[in-house]
Design a binder for this molecule. Structure first.
Ligand SMILES: [Zn+2]
Length: 184
């Protein structure tokens, strides 16, 4: 397990087992406390603010806190890089056509892991496991440019009903501030 397709990690390969059980046990315990204090908010599934946010999965990006969002306000669609893949378009299409959202907010961030990955990652993976992944790595060098391209992909998708309010930003993980990217 030493190929360059792997990102170094401090996490033991068998999962983070502590005296209190696995990390998943910890999450399930937390859920028990959450549910104990939970009351049915009586909402339907349509986002209150009619907005879908597409963002990187980065652990430093707390979307609800950073954007002042509350439960029920928005759809959040996250993946590595916050890149607009076919599957993101699938989710946005369902978000708009079945659940009434109109606006799209795209968020990349500073210090993204995707900036240091290239399609070599895919090649190395193929060499290691003997199978070429069907997906692209979607790595990028210039985060601003990738946001621009993402805006363009959403705006030109034939599947979406609403493409007039699509804006893109870079979240600074050191300051917590969003910087808006001017579309191409
Ligand atoms: Zn990222």
């Amino acid at each position: 397990m030493t190929t360059s397709a792997q990102i170094p990690s401090d996490v033991p390969s068998e999962g983070a087992i502590t005296a209190d059980g696995t990390v998943t046990d910890r999450l399930v315990d937390a859920n028990g406390r959450y549910a104990a204090a939970f009351t049915d908010p009586g909402m339907d599934a349509r986002p209150v603010l009619h907005v879908a946010v597409v963002a990187c999965m980065d652990a430093r990006l707390d979307l609800h806190a950073a954007l002042g969002l509350e439960l029920g306000d928005c759809h959040t669609i996250r993946n590595a890089g916050g890149v607009v893949t076919d599957d993101v378009i699938r989710s946005l299409t369902i978000s708009q056509r079945a659940l009434g959202t109109r606006s799209v907010v795209l968020i990349h961030h500073t210090g993204c892991g995707l900036e240091s990955l290239t399609e070599e990652f895919r090649h190395d993976l193929e060499m290691e496991v003997g199978q070429r992944p069907s997906w692209a790595v979607e790595g990028f060098r210039d985060v601003d440019q990738d946001v621009r391209q993402s805006i363009q992909k959403v705006r030109t998708s034939p599947f979406l009903l609403h493409t007039d309010d699509v804006r893109g930003f870079v979240f600074d993980v050191k300051t917590g501030l969003l910087r808006e990217i001017t579309p191409a």
